[in-house]
Write a protein that binds this ligand. Structure first.
Ligand code: HEM
Length: 357
């Protein structure tokens, strides 16, 4: 699996090298790379560099994710809104975006994968799905029954969620590394000690790299890219929580941003300080790291957490192993955009090789 991710990372490193010493715009920089890494993992094939279809798909996904607003969220919970004011609420645009993305995905799939699916021997996610469709036969209650039309939604969910979240987290990461250079230096020291300067990082390095683990928790806490935790919920029955009565059908929004920035929990939430996750003898303090709920909790907890953590590890460690990152602006803004996904403002970085080739 990591070989597939490394293929994409190599391209990113080459781009940094080619632009070395010159300002590089970071907004949306990682979209295509992460989409290709996830595509390659799920579909077993990657797109060649510069493929227009992949670029178009990445742009369409990003546009879909940036359609935002109170009414769109509400429309997902109150069918009347999507039915009676689909255009005004923004719901129709979101739906159109979803359908367009799916069409792209089908075209891209047919382009990258040769025919020849053998039943029971899936080569990728789609063929595994088709095998299940075959297995369930005429059971219309199954999510795999074509009448439920679940495949486009599931595939869409996977590619959208992974591209937008991992690439946005990477943008934030590099920004923090510039703003807190002592963290960048400490992380590079750990990389040099545990991996060295020549071989690429491997996933087996992950458990040994405690400081990187603490940095990951801190960047997930500090950036909180899904401040309202994704889709809202509606109470299915009357309930009570900490003395509050919650009647059936109440809208419930988990304010993850508030949890991650509560001074009573974190002391100094406004500082990017990975050390808060370390015990005095340098181990991860599980009591503290378990307070980070970037991937949510419960039944609808993010299904991609492990993949996201692996991708973040390989990208961040590979980049900082080779480059030191600095900002063109002395005081870059750390204010995120409001909305479903919390994006950083546009910013530029300068990449400087740490070692001569
Ligand atoms: C830093 C990276 C990521 C973050 C912070 C993140 C965060 C989240 C959050 C907060 C949710 C909502 C959970 C809820 O409703 O309670 C979610 C759901 C989801 N995520 Fe992620 N995610 C990340 C990466 C990924 C990746 C790599 C994938 C794909 C493989 C993925 C696939 C999904 C899917 C399919 C759902 C919907 C699950 C459901 O509704 O049952 N995510 N994610």
């Amino acid at each position: 699996m990591e070989n597939r991710i490394h293929e994409e990372i190599e391209e990113v490193l080459e781009m940094f090298k080619a632009q070395e010493g010159k300002p590089l715009k970071m907004k949306d920089f990682f979209h295509v790379s992460i989409l290709n890494a996830t595509w390659s993992l799920f579909m077993g094939q990657r797109f060649e560099r510069g493929n227009e279809k992949l670029k178009h798909l990445a742009e369409a996904i990003h546009e879909f994710c940036t359609i935002d607003g109170f009414l769109v969220q509400l429309a997902m919970l109150v069918p009347a809104i999507s039915k009676y004011i689909p255009v005004y609420s923004g719901f129709q645009r979101q739906l159109d975006g979803l359908v367009a993305n799916y069409k792209f995905m089908e075209e891209a799939y047919n382009e990258t994968l040769p025919p020849g699916h053998v039943q029971g021997q899936p080569r990728n996610f789609k063929e595994a799905w088709m095998d299940q469709v075959e297995l369930i036969g005429d059971d219309k209650t199954s999510s795999f029954h074509p009448s439920q039309n679940c495949y486009p939604k599931t595939a869409g969910d996977v590619f959208m969620s992974s591209m937008e979240s991992v690439s946005t987290t990477l943008e934030w990461t590099l920004l923090y590394m510039c703003c807190v250079p002592e963290v960048q230096k400490k992380l590079q020291a750990e990389i040099d000690q545990m991996i060295g300067t020549t071989r690429s990082p491997l996933l087996i390095d992950r458990p040994r790299m405690t400081y990187m683990d603490a940095v990951t928790s801190e960047l997930l806490r500090f950036s909180t890219i899904t401040p309202m935790n994704g889709p809202w919920r509606r109470a299915t029955e009357d309930g009570e929580y900490k003395g509050y009565t919650i009647p059936r059908n109440t809208f419930l929004v988990a304010n993850t941003y508030a949890l991650h920035h509560d001074p009573e929990v974190w002391g100094d939430p406004e500082n990017f300080r990975p050390e808060r996750f370390l015990t005095s003898d340098g181990k991860i303090d599980k009591n503290v790291s378990s307070q980070v709920l970037a991937f949510s909790t419960g039944k609808r907890h993010c299904i991609g957490e492990n993949l996201a953590r692996d991708q973040l590890f390989l990208y961040i460690v590979s980049i900082l192993q080779k480059f030191t990152v600095t900002c063109t602006n002395e005081n870059p803004s750390l204010v995120g955009s409001p909305g479903m996904v919390r994006y950083p403002q546009a910013f530029e970085l300068i990449f400087t090789s740490r070692f001569n080739d």
